[in-house]
Design a protein around this ligand. Structure first.
Ligand code: TYD
Length: 146
């Protein structure tokens, strides 16, 4: 199991993964096995859909959670921020996924019409794992215990 210190994690730890694709003229399949096709065990799956035009999601960081975000349909941008540096990743095909490590602020923007954001997560929902205020995120990242 991957183990990254959330206080010192950076956007370079977040990787755009090309997911396995089983080609079929009648429609492709992508199958994701925890700890094999992605670097964590999957404990929860959720998805965002019916997102109104112009809406933005995310706007938080996690203290321990690992996630893989996939544009199962349509497209959107994921802005990743480690407190020092930001990068934007465009997801537009179901065989790409952005792997996000703990300690990274993320915002989801520019959803296309009908977009579905599929999320595979390393743990069950836990509100205590969230940093929802950017200032608190900055404090969390700044005071690394050595
Ligand atoms: P939130 O994580 O704030 O959404 P996003 O980051 O996508 O904008 O979650 C919105 C609401 O849904 C919040 O009240 C918590 C609830 N929720 C669950 O109950 N279980 C879950 O697995 C998730 C992701 C959210």
């Amino acid at each position: 199991m991957i183990n990254i210190d959330p206080k010192s994690s950076t956007i370079e730890d977040c990787k755009l993964l090309t997911l396995p694709k089983i080609h079929n003229p009648a429609g492709n399949i992508t199958a994701l096995n925890g700890n094999i096709d992605l670097p964590f065990d999957i404990k929860r799956v959720y998805y965002l859909y019916d997102i109104p035009g112009g809406e933005e999601r995310g706007g938080h960081a996690h203290k321990e959670l690992y996630q893989l975000l996939i544009a199962a349909s349509g497209s959107f941008d994921v802005i990743l921020d480690d407190g020092k540096t930001k990068k934007t990743v465009n997801l537009n095909r179901p065989y790409f996924g952005i792997f996000i490590v703990p300690g990274i602020w993320r915002e989801l923007v520019n959803f296309s019409s009908g977009a579905i954001c599929l999320v595979l997560a390393s743990n069950k929902y836990n509100e205590n794992d969230y940093l929802r205020i950017y200032k608190q995120f900055n404090i969390f990242k700044k005071y690394k215990i050595k």
